[in-house]
Design a protein around this ligand. Structure first.
Ligand code: SF4
Length: 944
């Protein structure tokens, strides 16, 4: 008597069928096995096989690696290097081809029909079988081939339709041809059947997508809440980005006291994306790769598995990234001391015998604070998966650095769930894969609260959707129906070419498999079936609708019906479609945190961020500014006192604000900075300033005067060279903004800089010969109360050159480039005064009038890289008293009384600083150049 075997794609689906059949039929399932093809084969092979064990995919990968590595001959070595790609390719080849008659024919056929590489591949099959035999293993294809020749007491039927591996297709073709007839019967996509309602969602881009799906789910849940008689509702979502959608949607679940809503994720992620996997891979990279990448070590530090407290983690990361001279050995020793688990991790990388050490990490995962059960279950699965890899590696004498090929394909279940009722009440996971698998249906996974309603939202990645086939959900949403995720293209690679030559082919086309899958997803819907796609990817990539989308919607086109601009049939009612633009980004963000206060702008034009703390409203516009006195505490007296207090600002802050208030706010108040110690313009500029300061302090003692002339320039160059070296030697011990070359390229750059600066001394020897440097790095302290445009100035002037005979001074600001720094003015040529966008020197010149007895005749920027006179200087100079022809462009000359010009600038600055006092930080650039170096890359008002 034959036993009927009902075949399902997954263990979970088979289990669900058994349970629901048992509930509906008290006699149970007699004489029927409900199996997946693999579980049936495993059982059958145990009973009717030759005592060998079916090879697993992990075992196959290790055997393939060994086979390729030990294969003799230069031809094999050049054609099949044991890389991850080759191991995966050959493993796929063995799984598909071993046991087939086509393989035997290929061996006896004309060998010239196969290329050299293909012949090599075919020649590996016998040694592969020998290796399996030595270990008591057998390939599935061989086992099925043996079983197909025995008359077994089984008959087969499909429980549902799904994709079958080639070896099973061969087996069923031989023992149950009608099953193959079923497979090849074409399927057409059709409309939903009554009473299911169709709905389509169109999001303009990825930001709108989450919002649109969430809004749809909220609508379903609101309808359910209003339906008095209904006690249970379910929404089933298939999403290619299931984890992201879960993270978004689970935080925005609506909650109320009469209803319990549960959101469940069914997904998996690669081993290296789990916390444990990431930590393991990071340390493996640091310890075993030749580069000993510090970034990988910091990835380890940042992991909860490092065992370092979060605050200490941040400190260590800042310390390592902030010190470019720290060696790998020093960082290694420091982290070893700080991380309680580091030694144990290091043991793991010594050899693969250390797999027992992995037990330790189950305990570590259990003790990581503030993590829920979902986290612990996921990490536990990752540790177990690594243990299996280590155990295999031990059998094949491989070391930990050889395991990437086996770790690459590992996927770890990360299913979890969250429930809300009244408020967020618990987070818990499906603790193991089996628990999860045992309970994929909604009807038995949640216990009903007395008199309460239950709403369940399932978010499932496409690969796990099969486990739910045959069930029913009120609403089904199939997301991402574009060609990136659902394509009808068949696979084309070297393996498919070889299989085609051998006469091996699948009875299932990708097109038919996907159509059947779509129809089964559609069949899950009880009330609404929703299809969703985005119109733009958000990247530089054209998006096309999936063939599933096109074929499904084409069912709704009546004869003569025309598509609208989104390709939907015009007869498709407006109520059957929802659209959402990227403008919903804000809603998207606020919806994500719908139980938290969101940040908002006080007024669009004013743009002061409203603080959420206890700060009184009246003080909010004043929050970001330093003032001359801040000691009064009561709010009332503080507000009154503010009116009398003056802002304290540096010329660079004023210049930044005038160029654009928002640029000032971001660059000077928010100060986004990389934690990495750099070797860029900031470090170089600071170093050059220090060298020039030290040089001008030393120069008089060497040449007997404070300036360089054509007579002393050679002596000055020698002096400069010494100062440069002294300052460079000091850099490593400086507490901040150091200029420390590490690589040979950086050292060469330093040499180049020194030569450039030395050559520049010749330009300085010719520059303004009547003036001499008198002040370098002249400090203006806020306690000196130098007022400018109604604020107190603090800052440091790079250099002030004085012509004592004429009682004149010029302010000099050192720059690496002076292009665009011209700030002259000619009232005869310009109808009205326009504030220049470089005004720091002008501010200093005006302020120094309060300190120096001389009068200002120039506010200049000097290019310390200039090798010639031309364009070495820019800024503003009094055309009547200063001769800078050959050095500066005429655009820098001021043809107006210089004092008058400085006052004109101050007056304009004063007006604009009123906005700052009012707290205005809107995006309002002064000119194109204002935006050039602005860090606000997404600014909609950017001009350059
Ligand atoms: S990009 Fe331009 S307008 Fe926008 S914040 Fe920056 S400087 Fe202002």
């Amino acid at each position: 008597m034959q036993r009927k075997v009902l075949l399902f794609p997954t263990y979970e689906q088979a289990l669900f069928y058994r349970k629901s059949h048992a509930q509906a039929n008290s006699a149970g399932i007699l004489n029927i096995s409900v199996e997946t093809p693999y579980t049936w084969l495993k059982d059958a092979w145990e009973r009717f096989g030759d005592g060998t064990k079916l090879v697993s995919s992990l075992e196959r990968a290790f055997i393939v690696k060994y086979l390729i590595q030990s294969a003799k001959g230069p031809e094999i070595a050049s054609a099949l290097a044991p890389t991850e790609g080759v191991i995966s390719f050959v493993s796929r080849f063995f799984a598909d081809v071993v046991g087939s008659e086509e393989y035997s024919h290929a061996l006896t056929s004309q060998s010239d029909s196969f290329s050299k590489a293909e012949q090599l591949l075919l020649s590996l099959i016998d040694p592969y079988r020998d290796l399996l035999k030595e270990r008591g293993l057998i390939e599935q294809g061989d086992a099925l081939s043996i079983l197909s020749k025995r008359s077994l007491p089984f008959s087969f039927e499909w429980g549902s339709s799904f994709e079958i591996p080639l070896c099973f297709q061969r087996f069923f073709r031989s023992v149950a041809p009608s099953l193959i007839d079923d497979i090849v019967t074409p399927v057409q996509i059709s409309k939903v059947s009554e009473p299911v309602q169709p709905l389509v969602l169109l999001a303009t881009g990825p930001s709108a997508q989450n919002y649109l799906i969430t809004k749809t789910v909220h609508r379903f849940l609101a309808d359910f809440q209003n339906a008095r008689e209904s006690r249970h509702s379910s929404v089933f979502i298939v999403s290619s980005q299931a984890q992201k959608l879960y993270s978004y949607l689970s935080r925005s679940l609506p909650f109320n006291d009469s209803e319990k809503t549960t959101c469940k994720l069914y997904a998996s992620r690669p081993f290296e994306e789990t916390d444990f996997g990431r930590c393991f891979m990071a340390l493996k990279t640091f310890l075993l790769d030749e580069s000993h990448d510090l970034a990988a070590l910091l990835d380890y530090v940042n992991s909860p598995f490092s065992g370092i407290e979060p605050i200490r983690r941040a400190q260590v990361i800042a310390l390592v990234r902030g010190n470019r001279t720290l060696s790998c050995e020093e960082a290694h020793a420091m982290i070893r001391l700080m991380s309680p688990h580091f030694d144990t991790f290091e043991e793991l990388f010594r050899d693969c015998d250390a797999s027992l050490v992995l037990d330790y990490f189950y305990d570590v995962a259990a003790e990581i604070p503030e993590k829920d059960q979902a986290f612990r279950a996921e990490q536990g699965s990752a540790i177990s998966a690594l243990r299996s890899v280590y155990e295999q590696a031990r059998q094949w004498n491989l070391s930990p650095e050889d395991l990437d090929f086996a770790l690459q394909g590992l996927r770890i279940d990360c299913s979890c769930e969250v429930s809300v009722k009244g408020k967020l009440e618990k987070k818990e996971s499906q603790s193991t894969k089996n628990d999860f698998g045992a309970n994929p249906g909604h009807s038995c996974s949640t216990s009903f609260l007395e008199d309460g309603k239950i709403a369940e939202v399932f978010i499932v990645e496409p690969a796990k959707a099969e486990a739910f086939f045959g069930q029913h959900f009120d609403h089904v949403i199939l997301c991402d129906l574009d060609s990136r995720f659902y394509s009808a293209n068949e696979r084309h690679d070297a393996l498919t070419t070889l299989e085609k030559k051998m006469g091996l082919h699948s009875y299932q086309s990708n097109l038919q498999v996907k159509r059947k899958w779509f129809e089964q997803i559609k069949a899950l819907a009880h009330s609404t079936f929703v299809c969703e796609r985005v119109l733009n990817s958000g990247e530089d990539e054209d998006l096309y609708p999936s063939f599933l989308w096109d074929e499904y919607l084409s069912c709704y086109f009546a004869p003569g019906d025309l598509p609208d601009r989104n390709g939907l049939p015009t007869s498709f009612s407006k109520s059957s479609q929802m659209q959402c633009d990227e403008d919903f980004y804000d809603l998207n963000a606020n919806c994500y945190f719908n139980y938290k206060d969101s940040l908002s702008l006080k007024k669009a034009t004013q743009g002061v961020l409203v603080a959420t703390d206890s700060c009184p409203n009246q003080l909010r516009p004043e929050l970001f500014l330093s003032r001359s006195h801040t000691s009064l505490h009561s709010n009332e007296s503080r507000i009154n006192a503010l009116k009398a207090e003056k802002l304290i600002l540096s010329p660079s802050a004023i210049e930044a604000y005038l160029n654009c208030p928002y640029y000032w706010f971001i660059s000077q108040r928010v100060r986004p900075q990389s934690p990495d110690e750099g070797f860029g313009p900031l470090e170089q500029g600071t170093f050059v300033h220090a060298v020039l300061e030290a040089f001008y302090k030393k120069l008089p003692s060497v040449v007997g005067q404070s300036r360089i002339t054509k007579n002393n320039v050679d002596q000055a160059k020698t002096c400069f060279s010494e100062v440069f070296d002294e300052q460079l030697a000091l850099q490593e011990s400086l507490p901040s903004t150091r200029y420390v070359p590490v690589s040979s390229l950086e050292k060469a750059q330093v040499k180049q800089l020194k030569q450039t600066l030395i050559k520049n001394l010749s330009v300085q020897a010719r520059f303004l010969p009547e003036f001499s440097p008198v002040y370098t790095e002249l400090e203006l302290s806020s306690s000196d109360c130098f007022e400018y445009a109604g604020v107190i100035i603090r800052g440091r002037v790079d250099r002030v050159d004085v012509n004592s005979a004429q009682g004149q001074f010029v302010v000099i600001d050192y720059k690496g480039s002076v292009s665009g720094h011209d700030a002259g003015f000619d009232p005869d040529k310009n109808d009205s005064f326009v504030l220049p966008y470089k005004i720091q020197s002008l501010i200093y010149a005006q302020v120094l009038k309060q300190k120096l007895p001389e009068r200002p005749v120039g506010a200049l920027y000097f290019n310390y890289r200039a090798q010639e006179n031309a364009h070495s200087v820019a800024g503003s100079y009094d055309d009547a008293f200063v001769n800078l022809s050959g050095f500066a462009r005429s655009a820098s000359s001021v043809k107006l009384n210089f004092n008058q010009y400085l006052s004109l600038v101050e007056e304009e600055v004063s007006k604009r600083l009123e906005d700052m006092k009012a707290g205005i930080i809107e995006q309002k650039p002064l000119c194109n150049e204002s935006c050039k170096y602005c860090p606000v890359t997404t600014c909609p008002r950017r001009l350059s």
